[in-house]
Design a protein around this ligand. Structure first.
Ligand code: PLP
Length: 421
């Protein structure tokens, strides 16, 4: 099946007389004929359902759909994108370990990595993703267990060279985790370039209508957890009556462990109702992504031609430093998100944004409606000037998430913003 068809049909195939649309299973629990049946489910939880803190049929239908879209071996939804990033790493790392991350990533993820994980004894080594390979190799330490990057960084809109990082990660015997939120699998499928794990904030384009918050982790099934660096996968899990994940679940060891161990303990699983909304968004994802890309390219070209604009970050533009990488990883378009810096810095940026009428000021992105945000005042407010520069942000930077309104109306709104400054 092609991706448009998978978006509609993967994950749920109704049988004779069953509902056409994936049903909302609003139940926290499931029943069994006997105590032996319950015991058997605990022996191998992948065989049946136990409890809605970590599995639910509505959510699982969506997990199977997203897994099919990314081409993985298994997926697990979470209650937010943050939870997906957190669990994707905690499934591998423990206190005393380190991991490498691109410095140009979403501000909330920087918080999680630089501050919260640090408190848990896990060190994040930030690198310039554009640095030469030797510099990135030199950042590895004996305790480094993973590498993390965003395909299209929020809000710097840099393109992460997945193949380059996959090669370096694998030379060091560790997996590459990719946040593929902005491109979605419609525009880029990181497993095809060597990534091992993918995370998403499904709050963004996958849902697209700003009605549910969620995340997902997808496992490619390709990483070799038996290479000696990951005893948690190859030695008995005493919290799960001695399960050895690689032995019992083979290629699905990572994603089964994420559910059985981490989701069981942290419980950040989405509600069935949220998964239902997410599924509606996924059904139209390919057609929406096509239109977002078309509208955003027009807006990016318009912005580039403005005297008041210092620079435009949109890898779909031929003038972009990342255009060649974008052509390689996202040949069909680079999403609806653009960032640009306005001459005059912070105060002019604020004046421009407050003058917009159609585009709303929102702490959100990838919505069906056009919205704007000033990262230095909002999502990246906590960063030092040095961290802001590393994350590709200055005072004049505005992030615009181009929606699906008619392009003439979007451009007219931006024009009247420029007229007001
Ligand atoms: N990853 C990216 C690229 C994001 O933009 C965001 C949120 O903006 C997240 C992860 C976190 O997702 P959520 O807000 O669903 O927790």
């Amino acid at each position: 099946m092609k991706i448009e068809t998978k978006c509609l049909h993967a994950g749920y195939t109704p049988k004779n007389t069953e509902p056409r649309v994936v049903p909302i299973v609003q139940s926290t629990t499931y029943v069994y004929d006997s105590t032996d049946d319950v015991a058997a489910v605990f022996d191998d939880p992948t065989k049946s359902l136990i409890y809605s803190r970590f599995e639910n049929p509505t959510v699982m239908a969506v997990e199977d759909k997203i897994n099919a879209l990314e081409g993985g071996i298994g997926a697990m939804c979470t209650s937010s994108g943050q939870a997906a990033s957190l669990l994707s790493l905690l499934n591998i790392l423990k206190a005393g370990d380190s991991f490498i991350s691109a410095a140009t990533i979403y501000g909330g993820t920087i918080n999680l990595f630089a501050f919260t994980l640090k408190k848990l004894g896990i060190e994040c080594i930030f690198v310039d993703a554009d640095a030469p390979e030797e510099e990135i190799r030199a950042a590895f330490k004996p305790n480094t267990k993973a590498v993390f990057g965003e395909t299209l960084a929020n809000p710097a809109l840099t393109v992460f060279d997945i193949e380059k990082f996959a090669k370096i990660a694998h030379e060091n015997g560790v997996p590459l985790i990719i946040d593929n939120t902005f491109p979605t699998p419609v525009l880029c499928r990181p497993f095809e370039f060597g990534a091992d794990i993918i995370v998403h904030s499904t709050t963004k384009y996958m849902d697209g209508h700003a009605v549910q918050g969620g995340g997902v982790i997808v496992d490619s099934g390709n990483f070799d957890w038996t290479n000696g660096k990951f005893p948690e996968f190859t030695e008995p899990d005493e919290s799960y009556h001695g399960t050895i994940y690689t032995k019992q679940y083979g290629k699905a060891a990572y994603i089964v462990k994420a559910r059985m161990q981490l989701m069981r303990d942290f419980g950040c699983y989405p509600a069935a109702q949220s998964a239902f909304y997410l599924n509606l968004g996924l059904e139209t994802l390919p057609i929406r992504m096509k239109q977002y890309c078309q509208n955003a390219l027009t807006v990016a070209k318009f912005l580039e031609a403005q005297e008041a604009v210092e620079y435009v970050n949109y890898p779909g533009l031929e003038s972009s430093k990342y255009h060649a990488l974008a052509q390689k990883y996202m040949p069909d378009g680079t999403s609806g998100v653009i960032s640009f810096s306005i001459k005059g810095g912070r105060s002019t940026a604020v004046k421009f944004m407050d003058s917009l009428k159609l585009a709303s000021n929102e702490v959100h992105v990838a919505d069906i409606r056009t919205c704007v945000l000033h990262p230095a005042s909002a999502t990246h407010r906590q960063l030092t000037d040095e961290q802001l520069v590393a994350a590709g942000i200055d005072g004049g930077l505005i992030r615009i998430s181009v929606g699906l309104e008619n392009i003439d109306d979007i451009l007219a709104d931006i024009q009247q913003g420029f007229d007001a400054i």
